[in-house]
Design a protein around this ligand. Structure first.
Ligand code: ATP
Ligand code: MG
Length: 332
């Protein structure tokens, strides 16, 4: 079976529909066809400043949501990144193979650091994509199911894998991005040209899996739509309406064409009202299941400990062979 690795940051009290439609949703069926490793990437979550108690809480909430959308610890390896110290250890080696200029070209760093300001931007945020490369290479992943925003980081991962292999001998699998075009970029409800994001969207720009459906309905109602009144799919000219159609289609299983035909002659208000209902129906069972997992944190932590053991069974030998190839003296 081909191997898959992907991760999500515990940087908010809830995942949003971009996370779900761009990534999580694809992780579920891959459990049947791939050897799957999914992690809550807490090391990444401390790159922008954080609160310790909140991080601990969000790490559990993240794991609970992953289970609630259909990840099954019997069929995948679900773990917390910091439970597997080899991520940080391999990241150091990868840091030493990455050029400053190369890392400096990463668009996510430019965006996030510009928003934070130079004084508050950490070196950790700068080397974030290199840690991400380590996450992936540690497991010899063949495929990495992510949203469009991660394409450039995947390209860096591939370059680093190839560089290591050429310099020190074949060690790493060069991974392929797995990006599902239709839902690769869900946009912000208030700014339909920007991606929906846990850390940079305003609350009104997000539809969260765990929020009260009435609140989500209100946000959908006030979503920025486009001039004109026709409901058509045109991401260039009508990014707002097109984003709503994309979400509607993905959650309902109806094609965009079907929806466009069904809303012929109707207004944006009708579309928004119906979408809010679709969202409410969709999130209800996810919220119930998430709460059930959170009701028993001891059980959740035990499950994550088992996941970490399974992950380390792959990560430890990979790091050992990397240390050997680069010439670190084995401890006597
Ligand atoms: P942050 O703002 O903290 O970076 P995020 O919303 O970007 O949070 P991540 O945890 O960084 O979420 O990413 C988890 C996964 O969700 C990644 O695979 C990423 O590509 C995907 N993803 C994030 N936002 C979107 C989006 N708007 N559309 C599609 N996929 C997305
Ligand atoms: Mg992100």
């Amino acid at each position: 079976r081909p191997r898959v690795l992907s991760g999500i940051q515990p940087t908010a009290d809830s995942f949003h529909l971009g996370n779900y439609l761009g990534a999580l949703r694809n992780w579920v069926p891959m459990q049947e066809t791939h050897d799957t490793f999914y992690c809550v990437v807490d090391l990444h979550a401390i790159t922008m400043g954080h609160d310790p108690a909140l991080l601990r809480k969000r790490t559990r909430i993240s794991a609970a949501q992953m289970l609630a959308v259909g990840l099954d610890p019997e069929r995948c390896t679900l773990f917390v990144q910091s439970h597997v110290p080899e991520h940080a250890q391999l990241a150091w080696v990868m840091n030493c193979l990455t050029g400053m200029g190369e890392a400096g070209r990463m668009v996510q760093f430019k965006d996030k650091s510009a928003k934070q300001g130079a004084d508050r931007t950490t070196v950790g945020l700068f080397t974030y994509p290199i840690l991400q490369a380590a996450d992936i290479l540690l497991y010899h992943a063949d495929a990495v199911p992510v949203g469009e925003d991660q394409r450039q980081h995947l390209e860096l991962t591939r370059d680093l894998a190839q560089r290591f292999n050429t310099t020190f001998g074949r060690t790493f699998t060069v991974p392929q991005p797995f990006i599902v075009k239709d839902t690769a970029k869900i946009t912000d409800l208030q700014d339909p040209t920007a991606k929906m994001s846990k850390s940079s969207s305003t609350p009104n720009g997000l539809i969260e899996l765990l929020e009260d459906p009435a609140r989500a309905a209100k946000k959908i109602r006030s979503a920025v739509t486009d001039t004109g009144r026709e409901i058509i799919f045109d991401p260039e000219q009508k990014p707002g309406v097109s984003n709503l159609l994309t979400i509607y289609s993905a959650l309902s299983g109806r094609t965009i064409e079907e929806l466009v035909a069904a809303y012929d002659g109707k207004g944006y208000g009708d579309l928004k009202k119906d979408l809010a209902e679709v969202v409410a129906e969709f999130v209800k069972p996810i919220q119930q299941r998430t709460n059930a997992y959170l009701d028993d944190p001891g059980q959740l932590d035990k499950m994550l400990a088992i996941g970490a053991e399974k992950a380390r069974a792959v990560a430890v030998p990979t790091l050992r062979s990397v240390y050997d190839r680069i010439g670190f003296l084995a401890p006597g």
